[in-house]
Design a protein around this ligand. Structure first.
Ligand code: ADP
Ligand code: MG
Length: 290
């Protein structure tokens, strides 16, 4: 299975906003973290893949076939969880899933089986007859993931599935996504590094509509190897350090502050200790000015 995205361009406002800039990537089964700050173009990319938005130029191939030509056949292998929630608050979960199953053209018998199964998968069976409006953020997100899975998609597109969740719910959602990702191409958009740090096969770094890199984490981190340091300073030096370096973390202990920095230039201040880079450091390094 292969999804090939070639040279996508998309502008808004008559060309004034360039949301995607010659974006290309080829995906195979596994979880991809689509990482970039707000405005990077994540939702635009997902809307184009799911055919909710037309690109200005570029092509998408699914198993070497143009998805525009595949049309419905391609849409039938897609599952999409959009970024916005809060719709359908008056629906019970059960009614919502039946409604979505109808929109996707599932047969009644198949829908019944699938809905029963999915309610278990997303751990919401006991809430099937409760209104979505009464759900917590995490329950709503799981309900939205369930609808995306109704048609057994081969490609699962999740637009910030952890947005608005507390840390415990985030952990549950991302574990859950890893569980269901088997044999699927999953694209998981987020601006939160920890969402994908341990579960993604590769990270797609998107900045200003441009692909910065798509690779596994060890290879991504090798590019800032030797650029991350910790230094111990006293509070009166903090301002000058902050003005000079990208700070990725501050840790206070008694009189001193341990400052973690990412920099192309080895600092002359002492004492200084080179440390192993993390994805958080890389995020800062790449997106420092956004
Ligand atoms: P992300 O999902 O990464 O936050 P988006 O794809 O939503 O990024 O947005 C990319 C850029 O395109 C941003 O500058 C955003 O303001 C702009 N944009 C997105 N949708 C529209 C729209 N419908 N009209 C005008 N500009 C838009
Ligand atoms: Mg978005």
């Amino acid at each position: 299975m292969k999804l090939e995205i070639n040279n996508l361009n998309k502008t808004y406002k008559g060309g004034k906003v360039k949301a995607l800039n010659d974006f290309s990537v080829t995906l195979t089964p596994g979880v991809y973290g689509l990482l970039g700050p707000n405005g990077a173009g994540k939702s635009t990319l997902m809307n184009i893949i799911t055919d909710n938005l037309k690109a200005d130029s570029g092509e998408i191939y699914y198993n070497n076939e143009d998805v525009q030509k595949l049309g419905r056949k391609f849409r039938s292998v897609l599952g999409y969880m959009p970024q916005q929630q809060g719709l359908y608050d008056d629906f019970t979960l059960n009614r919502f899933l039946w409604y979505m199953a109808a929109l996707k053209g599932l047969k009644k018998k198949d829908a019944k089986l699938k809905i029963t199964q999915l309610l278990e998968t997303v751990n919401l069976a006991e809430f099937a007859y409760k209104k979505l409006g009464s759900f917590s953020g995490g329950m709503k997100q799981r309900a939205l993931i369930a609808q995306a899975l109704l048609n057994d998609p081969e490609i699962l597109i999740l637009d910030e599935p952890t947005a608005g969740l507390d840390p415990k719910e985030r952990i549950r959602i991302r574990n859950f996504i890893s569980e269901i990702a088997e044999n699927k191409i999953v694209i998981f958009a987020t601006h939160v590094v920890s969402d994908i740090e341990f579960t993604a096969k590769e990270i797609i770094l998107l900045k200003g509509g441009k692909l910065i890199n798509c690779d596994n984490i060890p290879r991504l981190l090798s590019q800032i190897q030797g650029k991350v340091f910790e230094l111990e300073i006293t509070a009166d030096h903090l301002d000058s350090i902050q003005n000079t370096y990208q700070i990725s973390n501050l840790r206070y202990s008694g009189e001193t502050i341990t400052v973690r920095i990412v920099t192309d230039h080895t600092p002359k201040v002492v004492p200084i200790k080179p440390v192993q880079p993390t994805l958080e450091d890389l995020y800062l390094y790449i997106f420092e000015d956004t």
